[in-house]
Design a protein around this ligand. Structure first.
Ligand SMILES: N[C@@H](CCC(=O)N[C@@H](CS)C(=O)NCC(=O)O)C(=O)O
Length: 204
């Protein structure tokens, strides 16, 4: 049975490219390119799943969307030795789950809105200040967490680090980590991982 990742360029699907490389299970990656005008995914992805978004994972008859769900699916089915996720009865498990889903939830949303709102003139719009406050809250929560713990789930690397990596890398590319030393140190640690380097080779 082939495990296939349907991967859109410049997308959060890179989290799953990285996670699959960490997991080391045989898989193939099918590449899709965003439309140059609309930045949307090509219609080919609609043939795999009705939302037509990436990441999408196929495993035999199974087709699964949503980054967090894909990560949980891969961990439950393929990480049976718990190398990349804590056991459900361990103290790290709730923290692991929280960050696994924060990556697409409350800490991600303010950054995502910023990307969308770049297309509109927000001058004088009160939503601009609200979004900035939310981004600051998310960034300082991450910084406080990584000042206390070596990784998102605690003292060891897990799938939660792969999922959180996308927006932290985006924040770094926008120069937003200048005053976030713990977050920056975590990112440098991630960049040194062989699987992270493999993800870059696949093309993000
Ligand atoms: N919540 C979904 C979001 C998926 C999503 O919006 N993916 C974007 C890539 S970052 C996409 O496919 N955009 C292209 C489009 O919507 O046409 C997840 O976590 O997988």
């Amino acid at each position: 049975m082939t495990l296939t990742l349907h991967h859109l360029n410049a997308s959060r699907s890179q989290r799953i490219v990285w996670l699959l490389a960490e997991l080391g299970v045989p898989h193939e990656i099918v590449h899709y390119k965003r439309d140059e005008t609309t930045n949307l995914a090509p219609p080919d992805l609609l043939k795999i799943h009705p939302m037509g978004k990436s990441p999408l994972l196929e495993d035999g008859d199974v087709v699964i969307a949503e980054t967090g769900a894909i990560a949980e699916y891969l961990m439950g089915k393929y990480d049976t030795a718990y190398q990349l996720h804590p056991r459900p009865n361990s103290p790290e498990f709730p923290r692991y789950l929280e960050w696994l889903h924060a990556a697409e939830g409350a800490v991600f949303l303010p950054g995502l809105l910023q990307v969308y709102f770049r297309r509109v003139d927000m001058t004088g719009n009160p939503v601009e200040a609200m979004m900035a406050a939310e981004r600051e809250k998310a960034a300082s929560t991450i910084e406080a967490h990584l000042s206390k713990y070596a990784y998102f789930a605690g003292e060891r690397f897990t799938a939660a680090d792969c999922l959180m990596g996308f927006q932290i890398q985006m924040a770094d590319s926008m120069g937003a980590l200048a005053n976030r030393p713990a977050t920056k140190a975590w990112l440098e640690k991630m960049r040194a991982r062989p699987a992270y380097k493999e993800m870059l080779k696949v093309g993000i």
